[in-house]
Design a protein around this ligand. Structure first.
Ligand code: NDP
Length: 330
């Protein structure tokens, strides 16, 4: 084990948060019970905000960025975990209030760790990452609501070519749903078709403010865009349908009306991955293990080095990343 190792940190530079590479020693890590050697982390939209400085994600500085990590337990003061265990961490305040995954080693609380499912390697777990695990939370929530049927009405996925969107399309298609993708990138149609989308909607048509109740089209939807897009999707959802909303890539506002909810019984399901309880997480990872096509996952993700994170962070915030980026922290 080397004495020091590289980490991407958010530091205070003249009162502003700024990303910087730093050498850390094990003795500088937080005093949590489980030491993990990190193999891979990922790039999510939230990581893009943190590293580019376009969003204040870190609530204390200095902060090791990275909301996800996958690695191997090196030592543990908790009986729940032993050296050699392969683990995944998604969320739990990593990169916000707790030091995160852009580092070779991290100390973590035992309750934040999820056992790596047998179906996945550490690299695949991070190809999924928070974006993919959130897509699974959305699919589970829509199925629990019960308004979508395999082979039935179209299920819409917005932000389709992004991380949440790509994984959601693959999962829904493998489960037999008819999936329509909303994207602003026509050049991604072939990619999204490979993942299982059979219809397309230009995201510009959802970005303009529309009527309170519009022609019913979707049996259900997964939305990672928010704002007018989410308001329009709700207004286009069939009587009794549901929309799982997890993101704000298009904005945090929701300029709609109660009409879809009170006249069509449409439900807006809120999805949070960060503090989701262990049972929901384990179920989402089971959904992924059972239904995520390995070839799709390989198509969705690519691996990039830690040193490229500053550039990649700018790209994801600008909506230019297709699918998922795994970060090799070695
Ligand atoms: P990505 O950047 O990978 O994907 C977002 C996609 O949204 C883009 O690929 C693009 O899709 C679309 N998009 C980007 N900008 C705009 C815009 N201005 N208007 C409309 N559409 C836009 O991000 P992730 O998939 O990692 O995350 C998606 C969202 O979900 C983010 O807001 C993120 O913060 C949120 N999220 C929330 C979680 C939770 O716990 N609730 C967990 C994980 C993510 P296209 O090019 O196809 O149009």
């Amino acid at each position: 084990m080397s004495d020091t190792f590289r980490a991407l940190m958010i530091v205070d530079e003249e009162g502003k948060p700024k990303a910087a590479f730093r050498q850390l020693a094990l003795s500088e890590l937080p005093d949590h019970d489980v030491l993990v050697e990190v193999s891979y982390s990922t790039l999510n939209y939230k990581d893009g905000l943190a590293v580019s400085g376009k969003g204040r994600i870190a609530r204390r500085l200095p902060m090791v960025a990275g909301i996800d990590l996958a690695g191997t337990v090196v030592e543990s003061r908790s009986p729940e975990w032993q050296a050699g265990d392969k683990v995944v961490v998604n969320g739990w305040g990593l990169s916000e209030t707790e030091w995160g995954g852009y580092t070779r080693f991290q100390r973590l609380k035992p309750q934040w760790l999820t056992r790596l499912p047998d179906a996945f390697s550490l690299e695949q777990a991070m190809a999924i990452g928070t974006a993919g695990y959130t897509a699974a939370l959305c699919v589970d929530a829509l199925e629990d609501w019960g308004s979508i049927e395999a082979g039935g009405r179209e299920v819409l996925v917005t932000g389709a070519a992004g991380g949440v969107g790509s994984t959601a399309i693959s999962l829904l298609a493998r489960k037999g749903y008819t999936v329509t993708a909303s994207t602003g990138r026509p050049e991604s149609h072939a990619y999204l078709t490979e993942l299982g989308a059979t219809g397309f909607v230009d995201r510009a048509t959802l970005a303009e403010r529309g009527g309170a109740l519009q022609k019913e089209r979707w049996g259900g939807a997964i939305d990672s865009v928010g704002s007018t897009t989410l308001a329009n999707v709700l207004a286009q959802t069939f009587y009794g349908g549901a929309v799982a909303a997890c993101g704000l890539a298009g904005g945090m506002d929701l300029p709609g009306s109660v009409a879809p909810h009170i006249l069509r019984g449409v439900t807006l399901i809120g999805i949070d991955s960060v503090m989701a309880p262990a049972k929901k997480r384990e179920r989402a990872w089971r959904t992924l293990a059972a239904h995520l096509d390995a070839a799709h996952l390989a198509r969705i993700a690519r691996v990039e080095p830690l040193s490229d994170l500053p550039r990649l962070a700018e790209e994801i915030v600008a909506g230019k990343i297709q699918g998922r980026v795994v970060i090799d922290v070695s």
